[in-house]
Design a protein around this ligand. Sequence first.
Ligand SMILES: Nc1ncnc2c1ncn2[C@@H]1O[C@H](COP(=O)(O)OP(=O)(O)OP(=O)(O)O)[C@@H](O)[C@H]1O
Ligand SMILES: [Mg+2]
Length: 736
Amino acid sequence: MTDQTTAPHTYATSSDSLLAGLNNKQLEAVTLPNQSALILAGAGSGKTRVLTTRIAWLIQTGQISPNGLLAVTFTNKAAKEMLTRLTTMLPINTRGMWVGTFHGLCNRLLRAHHREALLPATFQILDTADQLSAIKRVMKLMNVDDEKFPPKQVQGYINSCKDEGMRAHSVDAYDPHSQKLREIFEEYDKQCQREGVADFAELLLRCYELLERDANIRQHYQNRFKYVLVDEFQDTNRLQYQWLKLLAGHAQGNQRNCIFAVGDDDQSIYAFRGARVGNMRDFEQDFAIENIVKLEQNYRSHSNILDAANAIITHNRNRLGKNLWTSAGAGEPVRVYQAYNDIDEANFIVEEIQSLHRDGVDLSDIAMLYRSNAQSRVIEHALFSVGLPYRVYGGLRFFERAEIKHALAYMRLMANPNDDTALLRVINFPTRGIGARSLEQLQEVARQNDTSLWEAALLNTGKIGSFVTLIKQMQEESIGISLPEVAELATTLSGLKTFYQGEKEGEDRIANLEELVSAATAFMNQDLGLRIEQSDVDENGEIVQSLLTQFLGHASLEAGEHQADVGRDALQLMTVHAAKGLEFKAVFISGLEEGLCPHEQSLYEANGLEEERRLMYVAVTRARERLYLSHAQSRMLHGQVRYGIPSRFLDEIPEELLKRLNAKPVAKPFFQTASSSSEQKSAMPWKIGQQVGHGKFGQGVVVSYEGNADDLRIQINFGKEGMKWLALEYAKLEAL
Ligand SMILES: Nc1ncnc2c1ncn2[C@@H]1O[C@H](COP(=O)(O)OP(=O)(O)OP(=O)(O)O)[C@@H](O)[C@H]1O
Ligand SMILES: [Mg+2]
């Protein structure tokens, strides 16, 4: 450890108090010498705590200044938490520190060097929905059949190419179908460039390309960030890893910067977004990691919960392998509730939460987790009817609501009128009598002249001309006023407020618009640690980003966090994906049925089941003291009644850890639904999840069915042969 009396910039707090309470392994990790390191450890073993403490320790012992390090976390929420924790550990100003998500950090770097990155200073970020509509527009202009090329798939294709670090010209395409995809990719990128917008994947790729191409900028950051720290390393994708490698510099000599990566291969749950657990092995080799630090003591959960998690995850074969133990004692058993249907499940959960709350547990320390967002509806309804406050993370987020996106579109146009996505969103909203034909003509003019729609609109008189005048007026009025006033302007001058006043349920929307003004005020006042500091941009001699552009970036990147910040004590509802890294006193995991968790789609993908099991492991390990697992015999989902058998993951937990709250469901014929008497009995002879054989398609698994009596159709997944609907009457199936 550095001698504190001689080291420069040391802090008054003794490092002993900083390091107090860490176990030996944690201490070793926190105080590792200046070298790259990999901390591989299971859930709740203190990885995030170690990473944060290391930052504080490096600063405190004078090895680095707060501006000399970069830390990547998985969510903005985690980044903020890290900064808050740092301020409690050290008397430093965390403002301006480079702590954020990959997207947030790349956004910041691109803003500072927008010219070199060939982007306008005010470039806007397309969120997922905006990206999809931009893709649809390109496809329409190219006359591509959207049945042959479903836009969502095209979007997936473009994003996964970018996640792999590829541009259209570098993708292989040997058949007409992939050639077309490549062509759409290319046109889409051109359109984004023309409009001055960047999608999420683009932020990373653009930033990577900039660092790779521009030696000055690269060296500047390589010199600056002597320490790079990464949380949740198991979920980085190929491009993110390459980006980190670039920042670390070349391997020659000992000049390379240090990367401190923490992760858990058992919690890799973003393969569908290109995450590569293989990055851990590559990292070991590329950075010549000699000894991987393993942390084995779990500080989060009681042992019944931890043992359940361990028992589940041992069923996975592809693991790096580690043991977790706790000294916390057995604690309470894991409770299992077998519900009749989804409503029964929701009622049970609500009653249980109420009783926990009566016993003094804060609602915000209770989480309700599910596999997919659609599952939250029934439980939300139940919570609403008893008046329990709750907050949904990752559902329709504040910044994703239609009225907010409309207002933001006006703000985006004030910042950058060439943003076609924003223009199309509001050119006729509120309605100004601009019809589809005039819009088509406008798009045609833009296409012919290869300009943005705005530039084409400048040539226009008539109704489109008035829209242009309106935006120009907004731009003029926005000069010299504060950010909340700009937001106010966007909601009033645009006519949005007046429009909603006349609408049914308009009150909520107006309240949300007002909330946007508050969000802008909060943004202006809050020290988010994400703002661009003058020092970031002084190479250009100017501040390139106005507060407005920063706010718009914040709205695109931090959607969902707004509602979470509201101070009221509320139950936390979220998907398992969104719960990563978090912990709660009590956790409810619902919908533990085959087809839902594990998700039916995963069963037919390579390694799909193992990823689902990791998801289950993440879910279970969020709980500190109490864990509830529930499943329902039937549930309404996507407008269909589904009949589920309990998830295999339940069977993987040793019975002695469980407490079954009700008897195993009576062996009812599973086609009977609890709630709807109108539903007729069906003569469904197969069980969901049952293996069956078919003369032509081979072996498959029953996924669902619909209809009743003699009109029963059954859906079977035949693996390579795909998903098929068969009429039961004619399909000759045999049990396997
Ligand atoms: N040495 C310790 N003494 C007491 N509590 C600790 C210690 N180390 C970690 N903790 C606590 O254990 C909990 C889990 O820590 P942390 O969130 O850092 O784990 P993690 O490994 O990052 O978990 P995950 O894999 O879920 O991200 C936290 O509440 C943390 O404060
Ligand atoms: Mg963590």
